[in-house]
Design a binder for this molecule. Structure first.
Ligand code: G4P
Length: 527
């Protein structure tokens, strides 16, 4: 019989972090293939005119070949329930990504074997480190000309400052990539390619010294392979699970998502070593244990209009403890009321299914017409005196690009207001001076402007013009300091009425600091 504890312990919530083009979409699809959630990989990709996986659902993403939305995909693997959260790969979406990484218990860092660590990998890695997330490294595209394995390990260690310990050693690279040697089980895994990597790759497990392997590789390559395996086994530090769980050591796999080499091994590693839902330390010092009976969770993502036919909004909730049952009532402290979760859903691309039960570690989508906000806490009130858990607020960042939004068809004012407020709730943009006829928006990267304009016109039918503003950075300040803005700075107010100072340049920001040493500038809102 399944108990709450066993259900929680068989859950894994993780995300893939990668620089664009490293193969995140491909690996996602292959994880689904090995998890049995899809039976033929490549069926989406085969349509060469668009680039998407089941987790990409915005027309804009498909047109531009980028992934801007975050979805959670659930699949079972060998008795485990895997929750894979899709992190947007584009650098302009760091805030959304940040929130997603708040909702997982570990991450897979995907690296292109010919490129090593790339800029976006570094950014995402830093976020994981801030949260002490355990990180598993998968060095992808070994079927293409690749950097030397030792060089790649060195690159990860030097650039990211994390100890990188190989769990397997690649057998050749490029066209000669045939598999890898498991350095712990001491077994050679040889794979065969399937056409287009559509099906699971047949795999043979054996020893390293056989004549068959020597013949397959050729004498010189085989000698080098055996020598490298010896060095990797004896000279490199051993894998230490504790260090991995603390986020200071990363186990490294070598593989090829496109040919499916190493995908199953990665999944079994997630099963054996990646953490189940972790306890959460609250701001008041309390700890939420995932297997506590009481249901708690928080909204880490909002998305409007996931299905245009439905015109609804979905709040994605990461369950942090307990069991969820359809129809249960939970308290939402911000609203100061109890709500019934009658219609929870899971998404698989465009398809949605109703969820009856879910456990800590799972993600549920709650459909509602604008009830929830990012960061909302949901909890089950077992007794009247139960207090709301004080989660650390989801971070907001000071935007560095600003624009004024001008509605170009004033008959659409109602749609415009609804659109800006809903998209701000989703965290697509931050809204300032909201009461003005032409409010301001701020974003972390330019591409978000395009997403915002596209969505407000496409989903709300409100045509707009964006007038770029000459500000490069901003800081939250206390209301009493608002009068200290200089001639070059502008004071605006955020959605909650807090004053924010906009600066035309980093230089101007620094000189403001020098002139006003008593004014505290905050990168995040202080409420
Ligand atoms: P992303 O989501 O991280 O941006 O990467 P994506 O999976 O879209 O992969 C980017 C490109 O790299 C794709 O090629 C994909 O086929 C290829 N790729 C992914 N994994 C591997 C691998 O293990 N080996 C090799 N050789 N290639 C890999 P594309 O030409 O852009 O698209 P497509 O025409 O192949 O679909």
């Amino acid at each position: 019989m399944s108990t709450l504890k066993t259900e929680v312990e068989r859950r894994r919530a993780f995300a893939i972090i990668a620089h664009p083009d490293a193969g995140k979409t491909t690996l996602t699809e292959k994880l689904l293939l090995y998890g049995g959630a899809i039976h033929l990989a490549g069926h989406v990709r085969a349509r060469k005119d668009r680039k998407s996986t089941k987790s990409d659902f915005m027309a804009l993403e498909q047109e531009r070949g980028i992934s801007v939305s975050t979805a959670a995909l659930q699949f079972e693997y060998d008795g485990m329930v895997m929750n894979l959260l899709d992190t947007p790969g584009h650098q302009d979406f760091s805030e959304d990504t940040y929130r997603t990484l708040m909702a997982v218990d570990s991450a897979i860092m995907l690296i292109d074997a010919s490129r090593g660590v790339e800029p976006q990998t570094i950014k995402l890695f830093k976020i994981c480190r801030e949260r002490n997330l355990p990180i598993t490294t998968f060095i992808n595209k070994m079927d293409m000309p690749a950097l030397e394995a030792f060089e790649l390990l060195d690159n990860v260690e030097k650039v990211l400052g994390i100890s990188a310990v190989p769990l397997v050693w690649p057998m050749g690279s490029g066209r000669d990539f045939k598999g890898y040697f498991d350095l712990y089980e001491k077994k050679l895994h040889r794979f065969e390619r399937t056409v287009g990597g559509a099906y699971k790759a047949p795999e043979a497990v054996g020893g390293i010294e056989s004549d068959e392997v020597r013949n397959l590789m050729g004498d010189t390559a085989h000698d080098k392979f055996c020598e490298d395996v010896l060095i990797a086994s004896d000279a490199l530090p051993a894998f230490d699970k504790e260090k991995f769980l603390q986020g200071t050591m990363t186990p490294v796999f070598f593989g090829s998502a496109v040919t499916n080499f190493g995908v199953e091994h990665l999944l079994s590693h997630l099963k054996e070593l990646a953490p189940a839902p972790r306890p959460i330390l609250l701001d008041n010092g309390d700890i939420i244990e995932p297997s506590d009976n009481r249901f708690t969770g928080f909204v880490f993502k909002m998305q409007a209009n996931m299905n245009k036919l439905h015109r609804d909004r979905v709040a994605f909730v990461r369950i942090t403890s307990g069991k969820f049952e359809r129809g249960m009532s939970v308290s939402v402290p911000r609203l100061d009321k109890d709500v019934k979760l009658a219609n929870p859903v899971a998404f698989f691309g465009q398809e949605r299914t109703t969820i009856d039960t879910a456990y800590a570690g799972d993600i549920i989508g709650i459909i509602s017409p604008g009830l929830y906000r990012l960061g909302d806490v949901l909890y089950e009130r077992v007794s009247g005196a139960d207090k709301a858990p004080e989660f650390h607020p989801l971070p907001r960042f000071a935007p560095d690009v600003y624009a004024r939004i001008v509605l170009t068809d004033t008959s659409k004012a109602k749609q415009f207001r609804k659109g800006i407020s809903e998209l701000a709730d989703e965290g697509v943009v931050q809204l300032f001076n909201v009461a003005d006829a032409s409010p301001l928006i701020g974003v972390i990267g330019q591409l978000q402007f395009e997403v915002f304009k596209y969505r407000i016109e496409d989903e709300y039918g409100a045509p707009i013009r964006l007038e770029p503003l000459p500000f490069e950075c901003s800081r939250w300040i206390s209301p009493s300091d608002a009068s200290k803005a200089g001639r070059f700075d502008k004071i605006v107010s955020d959605e909650k009425g807090n004053p924010v100072l906009l600066f035309e340049s980093q230089f101007r920001l620094r000189s403001f600091q020098e002139q006003n040493p008593d004014v505290e500038l905050h990168l995040h809102p202080t409420y």
